[in-house]
Each structure stands twice: as C-alpha cells, then as structure tokens.
Design a protein around this ligand. Structure first.
Ligand code: HEM
Length: 155
C-alpha cells in the first residue's frame, strides 16, 4: 500500500512540475519576453530559465517511467493486464520524453553555444525550434493528464 501511494505521489508531482512549468513558460513568460525584450536579452533570459528548469525536467523524465512501470507491475501484474488508458499514457508519455531529449541535446545546446558566441540569428533559430517542441509537449502533457485522471471511468 505504502509503495503504491509513494509511487503515485512521485508520479503526479513529476507531472505537476514538468507540465506546469512548460505551461507557464509557453503561455505566460514566452509572449511577454517576445513583446518586451530585444533578441540578445531574450536569448540570454531563456538560457538562464532553461538552465534552472531542465534539472527538474530530468528528475521528472526519470521518475515518470520508473514510477509508471512500478505501478503497472504492482497494480496490474504487468502490461498485459493494464487498462487502455495506461497504455495510452505510456505511449504519449514516452513520446514526450523523446521530444524532451531531442530539445535538450539538439536546439538547447545550439542555443547555449550561439549565446556564448553572440550569434543571435542562430540563437533565434534554435529558440524557435524549442518553442514549437515545448508547445507540442505542453499539449501532449495536458492531454495525458486528462487521459490518466479520467481514463479509469471509461475503461
Ligand atoms: C512514461 C510513461 C508512463 C507510464 C508507464 C505511466 C503509468 C501510470 C500508471 C500505471 C498509473 C496508475 C494508474 C492507476 O491508478 O490505475 C499512472 C497514473 C497517473 N499518470 Fe502516468 N504514466 C506515464 C507517464 C505519464 C505522463 C507523461 C503523465 C502526464 C503528463 C501522467 C499522468 C498521470 C496521472 C495524472 C496519474 C494519476 C491518475 C489518477 O490517479 O487519477 N503519466 N500512470
């Protein structure tokens, strides 16, 4: 009982911090930064913001599958007995993690290098790619949370 509660709590906390953080960055901070800051300042701001946020995302992308598969084993005795909504969550959750890994190892590294080199056009292109991918992951995250919390009532 205790381990199931602990894994579910760590699972949901990971979702709240990751998806909530992306929602704030994409829907609140991004439009204001774009309307008020010149590109050099804006790019440096985002390198700082991602530098603070991504360590928490790393914890979430490790804890989510770890606690998710533990719950599948403890609650359902394996993937074969898991309900449809858990399979859907596993699918969209895995896609979200792959998108994050691409963001971290590709455009984010390019953005950091461009800011160090003060190459603002290259930095702008990398930030534009991050914006699109974080937008997709925010939508996937909200959809997955809906499927996860409502799924048991439809399966
Ligand atoms: C990466 C793969 C993932 C796996 C294998 C997984 C698996 C699970 C399992 C087995 C449960 C317990 C379901 C139950 O009580 O019957 C659960 C709960 C939950 N999951 Fe996931 N999950 C994953 C990713 C995600 C992601 C990415 C999100 C949201 C963005 C998410 C949101 C939730 C929520 C909100 C609950 C609690 C549902 C409730 O108790 O009402 N999960 N997950």
């Amino acid at each position: 009982m205790t381990i199931n509660v602990l894994t579910l709590v760590l699972h949901v906390l990971s979702v709240v911090i990751w998806v909530g953080g992306m929602f704030f960055a994409y829907m609140c901070l991004r439009p204001i930064a774009a309307s008020q800051l010149e590109p050099p300042v804006r790019l440096q701001l985002w390198v700082g913001v991602f530098g603070k946020f991504f360590p928490f995302v790393w914890i979430a992308v490790i804890l989510l599958p770890l606690t998710g598969y533990m719950m599948i084993s403890n609650l359902y005795g394996g993937m074969g007995n898991a309900p449809l909504y858990v399979h859907l969550m596993n699918g969209t959750g895995s896609l979200m993690i792959f998108i994050y890994l691409h963001v971290f190892f590709a455009p984010y590294q390019r953005l950091k290098r461009a800011v160090v080199a003060q190459d603002w056009p290259t930095g702008g292109k990398a930030l534009a790619q991050i914006r699109v991918l974080v937008g997709v992951n925010t939508a996937l995250g909200l959809l997955t949370a809906l499927i996860a919390s409502g799924g048991r009532f439809f399966s």
